[in-house]
Design a protein around this ligand. Structure first.
Ligand SMILES: *[C@@H]1O[C@H](CO)[C@@H](O)[C@H](O)[C@H]1NC(C)=O
Ligand SMILES: *[C@@H]1O[C@H](CO)[C@@H](O)[C@H](O)[C@H]1NC(C)=O
Length: 279
């Protein structure tokens, strides 16, 4: 094949020479040479064409294969891209969900903080209230008493009422009860509770009466006409609103008799429930 190239070139030169000078003698010789070589050349060309066709086909096949491969690769890349995209979308969805969750948490947190602040405020208010109450309790006067008749055995009223002096002091916080006069005097304005339990012992068909007075004004009056001749108790009590300086005492009505001994059968008690500020 390669040997054909200088031959082809020589033929070309000869032909050119003959064309340039028509009178040239070696034309016939040259033509003979050409037809022999030409056949060879044509064969060569045919062979060459075959080879080229084959090459072309294999190139085409190769190209198709490369193309197919490329297409496959592109398809794979596309698939991968699609899967990446869907992964990204899923991630975005999850991120959005977690954002919403975080927002919810923030709202919850804010609500809890507000609640806590409210509770703190209430606690502070309660604390100051408790402090005020403590102060009030400390400042409030403490008044409570109980006193018995003592071991006087009997006291007896004549034709008139008799003021009862409970001389055996059992309790006397605030010293508002006077065990010599038998009078309670309110040290502050407020609401007080008073009660009494008194006994007449071994009475036979004897009437018995006891009254409570506030500033000389009767507030309760109990009576009993005993018939069993053993023991008669009269028990009473009531709540009184007193101004500072008001006095409370007990009186037995004419003809009544009271009894007491170490057992404290006959007692008078009272205490301040709560003070009231006078307007
Ligand atoms: C052509 O051939 C003639 C005769 O041999 C010669 O005289 C002439 O110079 C040639 N022409 C060229 C262009 O070579
Ligand atoms: C009566 O009261 C006095 C004084 O509080 C007390 O000491 C005594 O024990 C009381 N008597 C009885 C029987 O409880």
């Amino acid at each position: 094949m390669r040997a054909a190239i200088p031959l082809l070139f020589l033929l070309f030169c000869v032909q050119t020479e003959s064309q340039r000078n028509e009178t040239a003698v070696p034309v016939v010789h040259t033509q003979l040479l050409a037809s022999a070589e030409l056949k060879e050349l044509r064969d060569m060309v045919v062979e060459l064409r075959g080879t080229l066709r084959y090459k072309l086909k294999s190139l085409e096949a190769e190209h198709a294969a490369v193309k197919a491969e490329m297409k496959m690769e592109v398809d794979n890349l596309k698939k991968e891209l699609a899967s990446r995209e869907s992964e990204l979308a899923a991630l975005r969805t999850r991120m959005a969900a977690s954002d919403a969750w975080i927002d919810d948490l923030k709202v919850d947190y804010a609500e809890q903080e507000a609640e806590l602040t409210a509770v703190k405020t209430r606690l502070d208010a309660t604390e100051s209230e408790v402090e005020n109450l403590e102060k009030e309790i400390k400042a409030a006067p403490k008044v409570a008493f109980s006193a018995g008749l003592g071991n006087s055995e009997y006291i007896q009223a004549g034709n008139t009422d008799l003021n009862v002096v409970f001389s055996k002091v059992i309790t006397n916080v605030g010293q508002a009860y006077n065990s010599i006069t038998g009078f309670f005097t309110a040290p502050v304005s407020g609401v007080y509770y008073f009660r009494f339990t008194v006994l007449d012992h071994l009475a036979r068909r004897r009437a018995m009466g006891i009254r409570m007075f506030k500033n000389g004004q009767g507030v309760v009056w109990l009576t009993e006409a005993d018939s069993d001749g053993v023991s008669t108790y009269l028990i009473g009590g009531l709540t009184l609103q007193l101004e500072k300086g008001d006095a409370v005492n007990l009186v037995i009505t004419a003809g009544s008799r009271l009894y007491d001994n170490d057992d404290n059968h006959s007692t008078f008690s009272g205490f301040l429930l709560f003070p009231l500020s006078t307007p």
